[in-house]
Design a protein around this ligand. Structure first.
Ligand SMILES: [Zn+2]
Length: 340
């Protein structure tokens, strides 16, 4: 460490859990953040400030005015220019810690690119908004023995848990299948910036334990919180489930793309998402989407117009998104408004 580094990180070096050796490791470490929204934008700043040497940030979305209430890293100018979040994050981080090597990737994480994008990462932090990507990360992390840290928040509620392959339970031990039907999302149920920051802070602390070589200090717990109506709760994780399809049977259906709802171009300017066996209550979904745009539903389909996009959603979960030929964007709209 140089004298400048020793001064810059002095308060963290003084902290017994990290020390000089832990800081040295951090400076050489590499973390990947999937999703740079409310959780991810907090995580990347916290990790860059802590001195993590290398950050890979993957996000498929663009900064919008409605992000600014909770996505700490972004400013009005980013929303005005509709910058990709991964690119806006990389340029802001360069001013916060110029020694941190940041790779911002504007893309949808898929089974086809996950090996390339996450190569070399010593920990993966979940900043996503959908179960499909989380299960993909879970499969990848277990098959490659890389720790990852699950986190989610909506409304005033949040949950996080670290997954250490070979030691703790994994996401599919807890949730073998995605939740059925339409799920509340930040778009339909709202979200408090304070709960996303609190969850991201817990995720970051767990990441620092892993990156400083102190994973043994990490207790296998599930942390939940409701910052409006309830409090903070930590319970011990269940033991790994020997019948878990991912960490038990090592059947990596999401990593191999077998469980990914196929999506493809459909017509001149539309994408179809062939989500299967995901029965939706269109009446309830209509009520949730009503404040957000024009919505009409009958027994056969729901039509929702938001900005330049028109989504037609069917009771079996299938959807056609008009107004784009970008499959990643179509998946993102689906995750935001239907929940995935
Ligand atoms: Zn498992």
């Amino acid at each position: 460490m140089t004298p400048e580094e020793r001064e810059r990180y002095s308060r963290q070096i003084l902290f017994r859990g990290i020390g000089e050796e832990g800081q040295e490791r951090l400076l050489r470490s590499h973390a990947a953040i999937v999703g740079c929204g409310a959780l991810g934008s907090f995580q990347v700043v916290a990790l860059a400030r802590a001195g993590v040497g290398r950050l890979t940030i993957i996000d498929r979305d663009y900064v919008e005015p409605s992000n600014l209430q909770r996505q700490w890293l972004f400013e009005e100018s980013d929303a005005a220019a509709a910058l990709p979040k991964a690119a806006a994050a990389a340029s802001r981080l360069a001013r916060i810690n110029s020694a941190c090597v940041v790779r911002g990737i504007v893309a949808d994480l898929t089974p086809a690119n996950i090996d390339e994008f996450l190569e070399g990462a010593q920990v993966i932090l979940d900043g996503t908004d959908n179960f499909e990507t989380r299960y993909l990360i879970n499969d990848f992390a277990i098959s490659r023995t890389i720790p990852w840290i699950y986190g989610a928040a909506v409304g005033s509620y949040g949950i996080t848990m670290a997954v250490l392959p070979g030691r703790t339970a994994c996401l599919r031990c807890l949730y073998p299948d995605p939740p059925p039907g339409a799920q509340p999302t930040c778009e339909t149920a709202g979200v408090l910036g304070s709960v996303t920051a609190a969850i991201a802070a817990v995720q970051t602390a767990d990441a620092l334990k892993i990156l400083t070589g102190r994973a043994a200090d990490l207790r296998a717990r599930v942390t939940t919180m409701d910052l409006w109506e309830g409090g903070v709760r930590q319970i011990d994780q269940p033991a790994p489930d020997p019948d878990c399809p991912a960490c038990g049977a090592r059947d990596f259906a999401y990593l191999e793309g077998r469980r990914r709802a196929p999506a493809g171009l459909c017509g001149r300017n539309a994408v179809q998402i062939h989500e299967r066996a995901r029965p939706l209550d269109l009446e309830r979904l209509q009520a949730a989407l009503k404040p957000l745009g024009e919505v009409r539903a009958n027994d056969f389909a729901l039509r929702f117009i938001t900005g330049p996009y028109e989504m037609t959603i069917f009771p079996d979960g299938r959807a056609i998104i008009k107004g784009t030929t970008d499959i990643g964007l179509a998946r993102s709209l689906y995750a935001r408004y239907v929940g995935a």
